[in-house]
Design a binder for this molecule. Structure first.
Ligand code: ATP
Ligand code: GCO
Length: 176
């Protein structure tokens, strides 16, 4: 049997990480951790006030997520994290070398419209510009897959499971 994967569900705010993450985890039979829960309170306060986070703000948050992913190595897990920049993902991979990314991608109009209907969340839709400006899409030499977010959560989850299976099948088997 293959080793359970540790998956980081990434993408801009509103792309569906919190919606798809738990569904994907349930489908894979592994625990889910909500990336927003790893933010220091000061980060939440900053975003709530409409100010984008800096690299420095994101560092302790990425390290906390990386530590969770490291603890799940060999056991499997799904954690959400916008992981917008390559350098953030490299930091996560340094902490937890086996992680695989699922980049949830979608048209800005669709994401904006979903966000505008969301209630009770600290992240203002006005920060979407900075999220897209900061986003560096998953690159070909990074481990993971891009999954488009049109359709229902169940459809997106199946798309992610299929893409992850395809990805695992495309990698050479571990030599030891
Ligand atoms: N496939 C979908 N169809 C319809 N609505 C969706 C879908 N996926 C997510 N949503 C809705 O879109 C909004 C944003 O989704 P969600 O909160 O999961 O995104 P997120 O990436 O976790 O955002 P953030 O990073 O800001 O926490 C929510 O109101 C959610 O219910
Ligand atoms: O890096 C960031 O700017 C933040 O992590 C945001 O992406 C939020 O965590 C999230 O999107 C809001 O819920």
């Amino acid at each position: 049997m293959s080793t359970p994967q540790v998956v980081v569900v990434m993408g801009v705010s509103g792309t569906g990480k919190t919606t798809i993450g738990p569904l994907l985890a349930a489908r894979l039979g592994v625990p889910y951790a909500e990336g927003d829960d790893f933010h220091p309170p000061a980060n939440i306060a900053k975003m709530s006030a409409g100010t984008p986070l800096t690299d420095e703000d994101r560092r302790p948050w990425l390290d906390a997520i990386g530590a969770w992913a490291h603890r799940r190595a060999g056991l499997g897990g799904v954690v959400s994290s916008s992981a917008l920049k390559r350098s953030y993902r490299d930091r996560l991979r340094a902490a937890a070398p086996g992680v695989v990314f699922v980049h949830l991608t979608g048209a800005r109009e669709l994401i904006e419209s979903r966000m505008s209907h969301r209630t009770g969340h600290f992240m203002p839709a006005a920060l979407l510009d900075s999220q897209f400006a900061t986003l560096q899409p998953l690159q070909p030499d990074e481990p993971g897959v891009a999954v488009e977010v049109s359709g229902s959560p169940a459809q997106i989850t199946e798309r992610a499971v299929t893409a992850l299976h395809g990805y695992a099948g495309s990698r050479p088997a571990p030599s030891a």
